[in-house]
Design a protein around this ligand. Structure first.
Ligand SMILES: [Fe+2]
Length: 254
């Protein structure tokens, strides 16, 4: 039914952020991803403080190599890819070289914000700043931010300035809250979800089994659009090609 899923957002590398706690857990998260239909898994540790960025980069490189070898030893066919999930605040204006921190070395960069104190205007200025370097910002889990839940139609304006959107696979189930679920479903059905991520942190609630969420999705969710975001659109990241989103309908506020 599904093609190969590409999960563009996970905290599967061990002991590097608040994700996997051990190498064993990392391996199990990878096996779970592979067994449940994910062909490509991005490892996107939180990058929160820029003064730690270089050390974090080195640590990710080292752990990526170890994991790669071990997956190969286990005859795993899972492809793993590198990235970061970058927490944006005004500190970003002091940075002018982002290439090591993008998804798979591409133009696409995965960003997140503080859930409550971030404003729409903040996000516009950070996205415009990143775009000025030729980067394409992908906003992680837009459905979870207070400013989006208060005014979901603002994602249309963020799309107009070139931002793309990654929905957490679990959001439409209501696991993060009813408002988050509403925004996730509305965004997906209106054509505003470009990519899907597990945002997996462990093997429990936020795990790497993206498809397990589907049975809890509301009936009105457009599964064809979900599939496109999970299986097709990520090819533009993997090839560093130019992705042009197709928005379908206006987003209704909650
Ligand atoms: Fe995350």
């Amino acid at each position: 039914m599904f093609g190969n899923i590409t999960d563009i957002h996970s905290h599967s590398l061990w002991d590097i952020d608040d994700g996997s706690d051990s190498f064993e857990e990392t391996m199990d998260m990878c096996f779970e991803a592979e067994d449940s239909g994910t062909g490509t898994l991005f490892l996107t540790p939180h990058l929160i403080h820029w003064e730690q960025a270089e050390d974090l980069y080195d640590e990710r490189e080292e752990k990526f190599e170890i994991l790669s070898e071990c997956l190969e030893d286990h005859d795993s066919e899972l492809m793993i890819k590198k990235g970061f999930e970058i927490l944006c605040d005004d500190e970003i204006f002091n940075i002018s070289y982002f290439k090591p921190y993008t998804l798979n070395g591409s133009r696409y960069i995965l960003i997140e914000f503080h859930f409550y104190k971030t404003t729409y205007e903040d996000v516009v200025s950070w996205c415009n700043y990143l775009s000025s370097f030729g980067l394409v910002p992908i906003i992680a889990h837009p459905e979870r931010y207070e400013f989006v839940m208060d005014n979901a139609s603002c994602v249309e304006k963020l799309s107009d300035i070139g931002a793309l959107f990654q929905m957490n696979a679990a959001s439409p189930t209501g696991v993060f809250g009813d408002r988050e679920a509403y925004v996730a479903c509305e965004m997906l059905n209106c054509g505003y979800v470009d990519f899907i991520g597990s945002d997996a942190h462990d093997l429990r609630m936020r795990n790497t089994d993206i498809l397990s969420n589907l049975e809890m999705y509301p009936d009105e969710l457009n599964i064809d659009l979900f599939k496109k975001a999970a299986c097709d659109n990520p090819n533009f990241i993997l090839s560093d090609g130019l992705y042009k989103p197709k928005r379908l309908e206006h987003i209704e506020n909650l």
